[in-house]
Structure formats: C-alpha cells, structure tokens
Design a protein around this ligand. Structure first.
Ligand code: URA
Length: 199
C-alpha cells in the first residue's frame, strides 16, 4: 500500500495531514448532537503529525470553547506539567477530547453525545497511529476501553487497545481538586515514560 507508512502502521505524512484536516472540517460543521447548539468553537484537537502519545480528555471547557484549542485553561496548564514530567514536549504530542463541543456548564457529556462524537476520535487515532494513548479521567477511559469500570480500577496497568498501549489516569481537573490523586498520577507518568523507553 503506497499510502501506508510501514514504520508506524498509520498512513504516510501527507495522507495523515489530509485526514486530520478532513476530520477538523467535518467537526467544524457537525450537528450530530445537541452540544453543537451552544458551542462558540469546535475543538477537534491539535498536535504533532507523528505523536509518541495521544492524550484524550473529556470535552472542551470554557477557555477551549472560546479559543478552539484543547486543554488551554487551568487543567491544560497542569497537563502541560504532566507531559513535561513524562519527558515529553506538548507540541510533539497530540491532544484531543471525547467530545469536540463544550457541554453546557461543563457538565459531563452524555453517552449519546459521546457515541455521536467518538467516530471523529477513532479516525484521529487511526490516522496518527500513536505509540501510546493516555486517557485523562473516567469519561475518556471508559469510552476508549468500552467499559463501565471506574478509572481508579482502570489505572495502574497498560491496556491493549486494538494493538495500541493505553494508560488510564485521573483527569487534571480532578487532581487539582484532590491532592491525594497526585501520587497515583505520578506513578502513571513514570509508567508512560517507561513504556516509551521500552519500545
Ligand atoms: N478538560 C478536558 O477534558 N478537555 C479539555 O480540552 C479541557 C479541559
């Protein structure tokens, strides 16, 4: 397959960029669920074309809705520290969310909204073929692992998601509210670092 990049399993660079652009365009026009009614901007995601890690959050907050960029508010500034602690550079990674439009009052996205939006994330995963996926919080962890198990039980090990190693950890906003979660997150970031060093 001339379009395939055998080094990573994903499509080659130009095809990758084209697919990510196509997803972002479709997201910008999307009205698959009611979250589209109240958005200021869609937030498709951003980052490198060849990311070692794809970080997946829940959905845009106020700052993200205003700017169209993922994780740029308080949770985002904290996430930037996590990424650095794992020995990574934010710009070299890719950051996306389960839902691409802000839920009103930052409520959790409903299952039907996640179901409507997940195909966009699936296409981003297929295009990027990241070496690892890190799910931030319960919503992303449950959506990508297809389970109703809590994040506390899902974290602490490496899952295999269709051939891609996946780590679940707490959401930065949750850790900002509850300092007792810092230790487990630190362990998860060390595990991520080790995983990337091994492979
Ligand atoms: N929280 C999320 O889950 N995603 C963002 O992009 C910002 C905050």
């Amino acid at each position: 397959d001339a379009e395939a990049d055998w080094t990573t399993g994903g499509p080659a660079g130009p095809a990758r960029q084209a697919e990510l652009d196509a997803v972002a365009r479709e997201v910008a026009d999307c009205s698959r669920c009611q979250l589209s009614l109240n958005r200021t901007n869609t937030v498709a995601g951003e980052g490198s074309l060849d990311p070692p890690v794809l970080f997946v959050g829940e959905g845009p907050g106020e700052e993200e809705d205003r700017t169209g960029r993922p994780f740029v508010g308080a949770a985002g500034r904290y996430l930037d520290k996590w990424i650095a602690a794992a020995g990574l550079d934010r710009r070299a990674c890719f950051i996306a969310n389960c839902v691409k439009c802000r839920p009103p009052q930052n409520r959790e996205p409903h299952p039907d909204e996640i179901g409507a939006c997940l195909p966009y994330l699936e296409r981003q995963i297929a295009a990027l073929a990241p070496r690892a996926i890190v799910c931030l919080g319960r919503i992303a962890s449950q959506a990508l692992l297809g389970t109703s198990t809590g994040v506390g039980a899902l974290r602490g090990k490496v899952h295999d998601r269709r051939g891609i190693p996946l780590l679940a950890t707490y959401h930065p906003s949750a850790v900002l509210r509850d300092q007792s979660l810092r230790g487990p997150v630190w362990e998860d970031l060390k595990r991520l670092k080790g995983l990337l060093a091994d492979g």
